[in-house]
Design a protein around this ligand. Structure first.
Ligand code: IDP
Ligand code: MG
Length: 181
């Protein structure tokens, strides 16, 4: 074989290897892009620290539970609700026997209202809150630790995406205007 022929075939081999390496790189990059990852749903939910917990001076402790569990407080305000506000907010329970007591309790003192944001924020907040009746709430939940009864049960949390949207707009109407999501 002539020297020139040898150089040509070496050149062809090098080119072939380069193409192969490029294909390999592209395939790896494509795999990385299309790799199956769990869907991360960033949600927002409305939380209220009820008059009993505000009176117990545990706003900070409850906020700390949110923050250490990946929920960000992206809006907050303290308010003393009027019977109209509390009545409208809990309008879905209008026909329930406890509605009047619920409105009376929610207007018995100031509340702390916040929007929490994070991965699966709605369900995560409900998990952190515990069952409606603190006697049935799992140990370590907010209601198990800070609530005294089903009436005075420390916190409110939206129960689904639709209610979260309506409840956030109820207390923070501007968030609907400026929210990116
Ligand atoms: P939740 O706050 O766990 O979402 P809901 O069923 O939405 O519970 O009820 C709203 C609020 O009404 C409760 O947090 C609680 O304060 C009150 N409530 C619910 N069920 C009863 C009851 O059977 N007796 C007295 N109060 C109740
Ligand atoms: Mg509810």
């Amino acid at each position: 074989m002539h020297f020139r022929q040898l150089r040509q075939s070496v050149g062809t081999m090098t080119g072939y290897l380069r193409v192969q390496r490029a294909i390999c790189c592209f395939t790896r990059f494509y795999d990385l892009l299309t790799e199956e990852r769990p869907l991360m749903a960033i949600e927002r939910t409305l939380s209220i620290i009820k008059p009993d917990a505000v009176a117990k001076n545990v706003i900070g402790k409850i906020y700390s539970r949110f923050e250490t569990n990946g929920l960000k407080i992206i809006a907050s305000r303290m308010a003393w609700l009027s019977p109209q506000e509390a009545g409208e907010f809990y309008g879905v329970h209008k026909e329930r026997p406890f509605y009047k007591d619920l409105v009376a309790f929610m207007t018995s003192g100031p509340v702390m209202i916040q929007v929490l944001e994070g991965e699966d924020a709605i369900a995560k907040n409900r998990d952190l809150m515990g069952a409606t009746d603190p006697k049935k709430a799992a140990p370590g939940t907010i209601r198990a630790d800070f609530a005294a009864s089903i009436d005075a049960n420390a916190v409110h949390g939206s129960d689904g995406p639709d209610t979260a949207k309506v409840e956030i707009a109820f207390f923070f109407p501007a968030m609907n205007v400026y929210s990116g999501r």
